[in-house]
Design a protein around this ligand. Structure first.
Ligand SMILES: Cc1ncc(COP(=O)(O)O)c(C=O)c1O
Length: 500
């Protein structure tokens, strides 16, 4: 039923719940509804969302995404010339399309790197969109932009960075990583891009390689440094690579380390990399998209030792601060480098304020017009208080450590690493198993566990071994769901070994 354009009829076959437009040719709703109509529409959307969130714990952790036919049918929809009732639009959205997705905000989402979706951020987005103030340049909304600047300053404090730090709210970690490379490139390479060499580990997120390409680092100037047994960058190999490039007349300029890799959660030796970068005059960027927010929790800081020394850090509040997708951040220790890479003016725009006194987003990032994404950070932090976020991060780390301990005790399961933060890899084994057979059994386990519906887990292949992985980061994941996960892994591991 969802294959029909929603404006044609509701998916249940009933006609639109609202009466047809008053005048022929008029839209169902004027672009500016009356106050009463706004409330009615708002209530409709609110009721659907609240019911949806209440149902999340019982939804399958991976919705039925096997829906190519549905997508083909949707792809044929024409743009609606006339409006339709909101009810007739919300019905297929909530009943048919949203359920056909991974249940990313649900408590059972232990796959990839879980995102967030806290309610207070949704309220902030609603307010930001409805009030729609312009936060591209300082003069247009100085107080609102100051709220954003405050959030960036708090981020810098939580990461242990100095007052010289300036930052930028981005759409995600990818954009933050790309912007960091631009800053380093501008500061250390200037116009001589051709010889600049960037170093990262073979386990770094794909966006580091993609960003390098996008911002003009030549493909043969990206070095993937080998990793150790816990899949952390090998600093001895890094030092050798830098020396070899210098000897070849190239210009090493940036090391991008990971504070939590996506594959296995590995944290590179940030302190040692910082030492090497200091010695060699290199920019040390840390991709903390998954893990850096654990640095907010004092007792977990040793897990990220050296993070505070970075020249720049990419953060993803839509992971570690439980915000909705579309919220990343970059911090740059020498804020002038971020400014130098982006400052630009135009005849028709007001003169940007003195950067020491006030923050103008357009002078620190690539965007001009932009959404007021600062509110989705500022409002939740004020509403809940920072300690609520620290507590949630503590809980995620404790749950991951507990899950790893319990899985390690299961017959047929080998832990490939302890959680360096809140993510760990494991695989299935039995006496006499070959790597190929273990890979097949681990792949079957991941699928079997996910098909049971209570948790969704995913895997990755590293050096020819398929690793199942569990990442605990969703704010809705608590002990009961980890218990369910352990039960389901135990059952699937037993079945895999019995089949072997
Ligand atoms: C370690 C790491 N870096 C970067 C990214 C990219 O971030 P985003 O998806 O927000 O662009 C991810 C995404 O999962 C990640 O895990």
């Amino acid at each position: 039923m969802g294959e029909r354009a929603p404006s044609e009829s509701s998916p249940s076959g009933a006609g639109p719940a609202r009466a047809a437009p008053a005048a022929p040719g008029a839209p169902a709703f004027p672009l500016e509804p009356s106050a009463a109509e706004m409330e009615r529409l708002g209530r409709l959307a609110l009721d659907r969302v609240v019911a949806h969130l209440a149902a999340l714990p019982d939804m399958p952790s991976r919705g039925d995404v096997d829906c190519e036919d549905l997508c083909r049918a949707l792809a044929g929809s024409d743009a609606p010339e006339r409006g339709a009732s909101l009810e007739s639009l919300l019905d297929p959205l909530f009943d048919e399309w949203i359920p056909r997705s991974f249940t990313t905000p649900g408590p059972g989402y232990l796959a990839y790197i879980p995102g967030g979706g806290i309610w207070s951020a949704a309220l902030a987005d609603f307010i930001a969109c409805a009030t729609n103030r312009y936060t591209g340049v300082w003069q247009a909304a100085p107080a609102l932009i100051q709220l954003e600047a405050n959030v960036l300053r708090w981020f810098a404090e939580w990461m242990g960075m100095p007052a010289t730090t300036r930052g930028l709210l981005t759409t995600g970690g990818s954009q933050a990583n790309a912007t960091a490379i631009v800053c380093a490139r501008e500061k250390l390479l200037g116009e001589r891009l051709r010889d600049g060499v960037l170093y990262t580990s073979g386990q770094a997120h794909l966006c580091v390689r993609k960003s390098a390409r996008l911002v003009g680092v030549l493909p043969d100037r990206v070095r993937l440094v080998p990793v150790d047994a816990r899949r952390r960058m090998r600093v001895d190999a890094l030092a050798e690579a830098v020396a070899a490039d210098r000897a070849a007349g190239l210009r090493p300029f940036l090391v991008a380390s990971s504070a939590g890799t996506t594959n296995t959660g590995a944290v590179d030796p940030l302190d040692d990399v910082a030492d090497l970068c200091a010695r060699e005059g290199l920019w040390h960027h840390v991709d903390g998209a998954y893990g850096a927010f654990f640095h907010m929790v004092p007792e977990l800081r040793p897990l990220l030792a050296g993070l505070s020394r970075a020249d720049s850090i990419a953060l993803d509040p839509h992971k570690g601060l439980f915000l909705p997708y579309g919220t990343g951040a970059l911090l740059v220790r020498d804020g002038r480098a971020l400014h130098a890479a982006h400052a630009e003016t135009a005849e028709y725009l007001p003169t940007p304020p003195d950067g020491e006194a006030f923050y103008d987003p357009s002078q620190y990032g690539p965007e001009l017009s932009r959404d007021f994404r600062g509110l989705r950070l500022w409002l939740p932090l004020h509403l809940h208080g920072v300690e609520a976020f620290r507590d949630a991060l503590r809980e995620k780390r404790a749950l991951a450590v507990d899950a790893a301990r319990r899985l390690a005790e299961l017959p047929g399961i080998v832990l490939d690493d302890d959680p360096q933060l809140s993510l760990f890899p494991f695989h299935v084994t039995w006496p006499g198993a070959t790597l190929e057979a273990e890979n097949a059994a681990t792949t079957a386990l991941v699928e079997g566990v996910t098909r049971r519906g209570r948790v969704m887990i995913t895997g990755c292949t590293v050096d020819g071994r398929f690793l199942a992985r569990i990442c605990v980061l969703c704010f809705r994941t608590h002990e009961d769901r980890v218990d369910a996960c352990v039960e389901d892994v135990a059952a699937e591991a037993a079945a895999a070994v019995a089949r072997a």
